[in-house]
Design a protein around this ligand. Structure first.
Ligand code: ZN
Ligand code: ZN
Length: 345
């Protein structure tokens, strides 16, 4: 059986691996589309990146992938990437799983990270983590369930976006663009989107951003403060992983506002804003990581009813996996946002 493996620095290969047998609580799923995430690119160490805790090597290659759609029998299915207590048959579930916050499970494990990933022709998958995809959502777009679910929980559960709030989306990659669309669903007042690439800002505009800002041309802090009468936004979603963006987000978030970090900072994150100022303004900082089961279900329904449109820009065959990763890792040269790989036939 074929799988997309990473066996070290920028090394993406198609390997022939043995089929794993399903355990009692698992079913066999046949992935049809795999979608490349920024964390896959970090695990594969493109551009000197790395991912904490996941070290692929020739001796221990990693089966990549946590964004996927596939078949369970003749039913199209998808999932998030988290394997919380119930998916691991840990009973009773941990306190966080018990309150529906399985994104922060104490026994968390993720496919494509600690557990083998989805970029393979067949995989055993916990039955409780398999979500049915309704008619009307294509196999390809269903692969966007996981990233859309991360954005949905960041916007609603963590950001608590509503009609009163102005929202900042910092970074108009896939996560940012899905967050933008869900902020729209939640009735956000005014939405600002910041990105250094005009092609991504054009799409942000089409998908509902009220004001787009390219920091190469305008000062985002000045623009946002000017256009919110000096108050700043109620919710800022930092989706770049670039520390200066986080610092700017702190500056433009209003009193009692929330900054949600929906990205991973490779290096050290230095907070430049004086702490006293942040406490004085009652700022709330939250971290989005994975997504709870209810956000996965919501992602599937929003992708199906097109209130969240997929932002896939490139599709490759399984044999072209290396090229797919190169295109995903170099978005500026390729105008790429989301890159998917067709795995099944
Ligand atoms: Zn992802
Ligand atoms: Zn748990």
């Amino acid at each position: 059986m074929k799988a997309i493996l990473c066996n070290g620095h920028e090394s993406i290969v198609i390997g022939d691996i043995e089929e794993s047998k399903p355990k009692k609580h698992e079913i066999i799923v046949e992935p049809l589309y795999g979608s490349i995430c920024g964390s896959d690119i970090a695990i594969a160490q493109f551009h000197g990146k790395s991912y904490p805790g996941v070290q692929p090597s020739k001796e221990k290659p990693v089966i990549l992938g946590h964004e996927w759609s596939g078949m369970s029998g003749d039913q199209l299915v998808s999932s998030g990437c988290n394997m919380p207590c119930l998916a691991q048959t840990i009973y009773p579930p941990c306190p966080n799983c018990s309150i529906g916050r399985d994104d922060q499970c104490f026994n968390r494990g993720r496919i494509g990270f600690e557990f083998p990933g989805a970029f393979r022709e067949k995989m055993p998958f916990p039955a409780v983590q398999v979500y049915e995809v309704p008619d009307g959502l294509s196999t390809k777009d269903a692969s966007q369930t996981e990233p859309a679910s991360v954005s949905i929980s960041a916007v609603s559960m963590l950001g608590e976006v509503d009609g009163e709030k102005d929202v900042l989306i910092y970074g108009a990659g896939a996560i940012g663009l899905y967050a933008l669309q869900y902020a729209k669903v939640m009735g956000a007042n005014s939405i600002f989107a910041i990105d250094i690439a005009d092609f991504r800002l054009d799409l942000a505009k089409k998908l509902g951003a009220d004001r787009v800002i390219n920091p190469k041309k305008e000062d985002p802090v000045q623009v946002i403060l000017d256009e919110t009468d000096g108050r700043g936004v109620g919710v800022a979603l930092e989706c770049t992983g670039y520390p200066p963006a986080f610092n700017q987000a702190l500056k433009v978030t209003a009193r009692m506002g929330t900054v949600v970090i929906v990205s991973i900072y490779g290096g050290e994150l230095k907070i430049e804003q004086p702490f006293k100022d942040m406490t004085d303004r009652g700022l709330i900082i939250k971290n989005a990581r994975l997504s709870p089961g209810n956000a996965v279900r919501k992602a599937i329904s929003c992708l199906a009813d097109k209130s969240i449109k997929s932002v896939i820009t490139h599709e490759f065959k399984m044999e072209e996996a290396k090229k797919a990763f190169e295109v995903a890792a170099n978005p500026a040269e390729n105008n790429s946002i989301k890159v998917v790989i067709k795995i099944g036939q």
